[in-house]
Design a protein around this ligand. Structure first.
Ligand SMILES: COc1ccc(Cn2nnc3c2[C@](C)(O)CC[C@@H]3OC(=O)NC(C)C)cc1
Ligand SMILES: [Co+2]
Length: 343
């Protein structure tokens, strides 16, 4: 029985979690690490928003964002670097698409592009995203999602219940509609996507902030970090996993499984050395010198050691948008660490 979970452990579990978080490192040090990452995020996205234009390959957009991040954060092993794969999901694809090696997809005039990228300093990940479109048709969709994310940020706080926060987000999102080809469509929150708590070197810290009202009584707690992100859609408002996978991450406390496949053993070693529990994509494996890794990669997924995150898609023909900030729940005030003059 886990020592902390038996009732022999007297302090309330909330106090225990608080103590664990505070024992990790001096909060002021942490704040400065994540502020440094946030400043890099602002500079990279300021350039990206100017540079990204229809006609560009998704591959070039991803590499420009990643090279900019690596240079400005002074990438250095596990000390600082890219937080997770650059998400460049288009149109009905809401999240978790990043170009794989050989991808020749080109950004189109009518596309709605979600740019979701991360920067980390000492494992403190800034996760922030925005949506770009070049045709004004979908501006109301982008406005709806930006407003819903700002509602989520405004209403978030210590002791706020996650289920209640989701209700406020939903209310804002559903107050918008968008006219497409003469048809008025309601903006729907995507019910199976969410914001999430963030832990050191762990993009998903275990708490999810859904986008539709629910009765989750779990509270936000002092010292926690959250990615407050909302997704709106003109489709079903529900995503499924569909298409070729690019995003992967080691499962934090995965069971020790004896691996028969030698190539899987060596790939696992390389993943642990290069990424640890940080999410990565196939391009990052190649950058780390791996080749002919697909069989081993799929084997590690099948063995429950590695989690795959395929693209998350609403129905074809629908449009989805995303805005996201990372916030810190400091004792005296909430800090929207990734806020910039752009969003
Ligand atoms: C493997 O690379 C990544 C990169 C980022 C994340 C961070 N994240 N964690 N969950 C989600 C995300 C994204 C990428 O923000 C998009 C929304 C998605 O919400 C979601 O699925 N919620 C259900 C659990 C209800 C995860 C993995
Ligand atoms: Co996120």
């Amino acid at each position: 029985m886990h020592p902390f979970r038996s009732n022999a452990y007297r302090t309330t579990s909330e106090e225990k979690r608080y103590n664990e978080r505070m024992a990790m490192e001096d909060p002021e040090v942490t704040y400065n690490n994540i502020r440094r990452a946030a400043e890099v995020h602002r500079q990279v996205r300021k350039y990206a928003r100017k540079y990204i234009r229809p006609g560009m390959r998704m591959m070039d957009i991803a590499e420009t964002i990643e090279n900019g991040t690596r240079a400005l954060v002074e990438e250095n092993g596990f000390e600082s670097g890219v937080g997770f794969p650059t998400g460049l999901s288009l149109n009905h694809v809401a999240a978790h698409y990043s170009p794989n090696p050989g991808d020749t997809l080109v950004l189109g005039e009518k596309d709605v592009l979600k740019v979701d990228f991360g920067v980390h300093v000492k494992g403190r990940i800034v996760d922030s995203a925005f949506t770009l479109s070049f045709d004004p048709t979908y501006d109301p969709l982008l406005e709806a999602v930006k407003a819903a994310t700002d509602t989520g940020i405004r209403e978030a706080g210590i002791d706020v219940r996650l289920g209640e926060l989701a209700g406020y987000i939903q209310e804002t999102m559903e107050s918008y509609e968008v006219e497409v080809n003469g048809k008025v469509l309601p903006v729907k929150p995507i019910e199976n996507l969410s914001g999430h708590s963030i832990n050191p070197y762990q993009i998903h810290g275990g708490k999810s902030v859904l986008l539709v009202k629910n009765d989750d009584q779990t509270k936000m707690e002092e010292g926690e970090y959250f990615a407050i992100e909302t997704f709106g859609s003109t489709g079903r408002g529900k995503v499924i996993e569909q298409g070729e996978c690019s995003h992967y991450a080691l499962i934090a406390d995965a069971p020790h499984v004896p691996l028969r496949l030698t190539s899987a053993k060596s790939l696992l070693k390389s993943i642990k050395q290069n990424f640890g529990t940080l999410p990565f994509c196939r391009r990052y494996l190649e950058r780390a010198g791996e080749s002919k890794y697909l069989l081993a990669l799929n084997h590690l997924v099948a063995q429950g050691i590695l989690q795959d995150y395929p693209p998350l898609c609403d129905v074809r023909g629908s449009m989805t948008a995303q805005f996201e900030h990372t916030i810190l729940l400091r004792p005296t005030r909430k800090e929207v660490v990734s806020r910039g003059e752009d969003y």
